[in-house]
Design a protein. Sequence first.
Length: 258
Amino acid sequence: MKAVVALIAVGLVGVVSSAALPQDGTALPTFIKTCSRDQPDFDACLLSSLQKLHPYLVKGIPELDLPPFDPFKRDEHVTEYSNGFVQFKATVRDFVTYGITGLKFLQVRTKFEDEKDMLIEVDMTVPKMKAEGKYRIQGKFLGSDLFTRGSFEVTLVNVTATWDIHGSLETVDGEKYLKINEFGITPEIGDMRIYASDLFNGNQLLTQTALQLFNQNWRQVYGEIQPHTRKTWDEIMREYANNVFMKVPFDKVFPVSS
């Protein structure tokens, strides 16, 4: 899912920031369609722009120093989780996500009337995504020490979600920038399958049993960890989005008609 958010964050800026890019010598690619926030069909324009920009984002845009998003690669990510029965710290390395090519943007909604609570909502769907990488897990399970490492693969089918991006305008050196304060998401997943090479230090019977139980009851497990994953995604994607939005003044990212 990180790849989807990254693509949306970059795409939103890419389709509307033509007023800013040429000033530092960067040539704006001709395939980027711009939108003015005071035009009556601004939301529809943003949606159309995202849809047209999507194939370029998938392949990467060298002119803007944007890498390919399918596959999307991340060197390392660390997360911690605790529910009373299990506590662990998981480190994921060589993380690769496939499937962004199939992403469809369905609708965009914006509310910019209140500078202290600005909203961007994006509805999207992905028919199938696959993620793979290497993991290391350290913690406790039912009071017993847990330490394991291996490789994993996760497949998600029929993913739908709405990104609720809340922000406010912040003045820096006389210019207003859109600071993202919350990047909310609650994905709905049609089906999920997970594979891990070694969850119990070489005990393949326990590993296969645990994977079978998870894959049979993934909805219950997903429901329990969703609040935790929502917080994790918010922290990661807020940082990613602010790295984009805080570099370009709001009036240049979302211009008004001249």
